[in-house]
Design a binder for this molecule. Structure first.
Ligand code: SF4
Length: 460
């Protein structure tokens, strides 16, 4: 056994809440959703079962996020509803976890004293212990635990996965960058990488459990491993991790999110191209197509440099599908800056884009900047950007008509139960008539396209 293979051991306790019902409500990003799966796993390990809704839950956990807009309004709206329920059923326990709980713990306490436990992102593993403490001593607030290591954070906790055949796997937590619009460094702390042995072991176990697709998660996956040192030997970096994960038997698809454009290097692109199980899909967040806005955002690249990296990725990985994030109306963004974004988007021709109107996050450097763009100006720009991207997405989807694709079935379509939904390696949704078992692979011919999906027919 090498040092990389030394397992992390977590003590299990005897279930103490057998039969009690829990509900986890998630307000955030993929990282939050993954944390929620871990929290649900901890509740189930303690004997609890999932509740149908708030009304019949004994323990309600709100997993908050301060990246998304209106997160605090949604939180306090839910807490108001829960207060009424708790007045009727005083035995009900309410927990608030996640980024907003980390950042605004005192406010949560003051505004909602009926909450039993408030705890931050670095204390997920202590959820059950905190619940015990609150039963014994009354309301508990758990702050940042400086002794917490990556071994305590979601990696070794039990999971209740929403999708049996797909799983998220955390590779890093925190972020060492300082994008001025982003709250993550404040609430998730410095970047810590999981040991590669632990990641590979977790994925092997997932494969044994029937998982065929994994998505490696980190705020900036490209800096994975920079903080790891093993007896002075070379640190395992992301390209190596990708190759290792891609070789795990039973795992047919490997995805990751997100790389930072300034950090993505050729070694990762080559590893993607050479590792069959790594999907030809890259999410590369542009944020803005203006040099001056990118500078104000502290992103560390120019539009030209971004496009160079994108072209390198496309030439290295045949058939690559790309996506991005864009923020419209960052403080100081002029019409010329915005036109720069439209130009880069036209040139990049992403398959899809997540587009947002800038909204200030208290505590971030950008919140202090002058020249906030009026909401109506930002909205008008946003509409133009969405219209452009819609056109590009439709053109790119139309290019696939007549081609054969490999799909991983996700089950019946949400809108039409007579159709089955599958996902391509490039992460596009395809609906086909009939039914295909979720988690199985099948081939289809693409017959029609729309901006949000493709239509096809399954090939036998
Ligand atoms: S890279 Fe920037 S945007 Fe992404 S998590 Fe780190 S600070 Fe936030």
């Amino acid at each position: 056994m090498t040092r990389l293979d030394v397992p992390t051991v977590r003590e299990r306790r005897t279930p103490t809440r057998t039969g009690r019902r829990y509900l986890v409500r998630t307000f955030g990003c993929q990282m939050n959703e993954h944390d929620s799966e871990r929290l649900a796993g901890l509740f189930e390990e303690d004997g609890m079962v999932a509740a149908a809704g708030m009304d019949d839950a004994d323990v309600v956990l709100l997993n908050t996020c301060c990246i998304r807009e209106n997160a605090d309004n949604r939180l306090y709206g839910n807490l108001g509803q829960l207060k009424a329920l708790k007045d009727e059923r005083p035995g009900m326990q309410i927990m608030v976890a996640g980024c907003l709980a980390q950042k605004d713990r005192e406010t949560v306490r003051t505004k909602a004293p009926w909450v039993d436990v408030v705890f931050g992102t670095h204390n997920l593993h202590r959820a059950i212990t905190l619940l015990d403490h609150s039963e014994e001593w009354g309301p508990v607030t758990e702050l940042w635990d400086e002794t917490t290591s990556i071994d305590d954070v979601p990696s070794t906790l039990p999971t209740r996965r929403e999708t049996p055949h797909s799983a998220w796997v955390t590779v890093t937590i925190g972020c060492n960058n300082g994008c001025t619009f982003c709250i993550v460094p404040l609430v998730r702390g410095r970047e810590i990488s999981r040991r590669p042995g632990d990641i590979v072991r977790e994925i092997r176990e997932l494969a044994t459990d029937g998982v065929v697709e994994v998505t490696l998660l980190g705020q900036n996956v490209n800096s994975y491993g920079r903080d790891l040192a093993f007896d002075g030997k070379r640190r395992p970096l992301f390209a190596e991790l990708l190759r290792g994960v891609g070789e795990i038997e039973g795992i047919e698809r490997v995805r990751f999110t997100s790389p930072h454009p300034k950090d993505i290097k050729e070694d990762v692109l080559v590893a993607m191209a050479e590792t069959t199980n790594v999907c030809e899909q890259l999410h590369l967040p542009l944020q803005s197509g203006s040099s001056s806005v990118l500078r104000a955002m502290h992103r560390g690249y120019t539009p030209d440099r971004f496009l160079e990296k994108l072209r390198l990725a496309e030439s290295t990985i045949p058939g690559l599908a790309t996506s991005t994030d864009v923020i419209v109306g960052f403080p100081g963004e002029s019409e010329a800056d915005f036109r720069g974004t439209l130009d880069v988007m036209s040139e990049a021709r992403f398959d899809s884009a997540y587009m947002f109107i800038y909204s200030s996050r208290p505590g971030t450097p950008a919140a202090m900047l002058d020249q906030q763009v009026p909401r109506e100006v930002a909205s008008e720009r946003f509409d133009r950007l969405v219209a452009l991207q819609r056109e590009i997405t439709l053109e790119k989807n139309s290019d696939l008509i007549g081609t054969m694709v490999s799909l991983l079935a996700e089950g019946p379509s949400h809108k039409d139960r007579t159709m089955a939904t599958g996902r391509t390696r490039g992460n596009k949704i395809v609906h086909v008539p009939g039914s295909v078992a979720a988690g199985s692979f099948f081939r289809a011919e693409i017959e029609a396209s729309a901006p949000s999906h493709l239509m096809g027919r399954a090939l036998s």
